[in-house]
Write a new protein. Sequence first.
Length: 171
Amino acid sequence: MSRPDPAPSPVADGVASRRYRLPVRVYYQDTDAGGVVFHAAYLSFFERARTELLRSIGFDIGRLAEEGVLFALHRLEMEFLKPARLDDALEVTAAVGHLGRTSARFVQTVELADGSVATRASLSLVCVSAARFRPMGIPEPLRAALESWTLPAGASAAAGAGPHNGSGSTG
């Protein structure tokens, strides 16, 4: 598995430092007829933040796919707390809530400009072989890079990062 130069990792002394943050502006295409962010648009925001988190640690999802490594969504839980509206400046966070052998559970939020949480989610992704679409182990270089973005046990719920069922990972 190819990987560019070593990527920066978050400071390990705080939970907040283990959350990747991506600024996002709400556009007309993200909203419903009432000017409120449509529920499916949050999935796009979450995807962008996870993709940019991977990019920030030196992994391009296109290159991973070329190397036969894909990630498939296995489970999704979302909680809608406050509406985000047209033209709002949001911050989308991403962190690893649990890292298994073949899967990773990401905890993500969409925060409003005042810092309050509009939406939070827990997304479990399974690493699969592009050739067979069967689960495979997360490649070691990627796994090692993701470990520095993994929240301490119990921190995801305590920090309001999203729902989880407490059952851990599928891998």
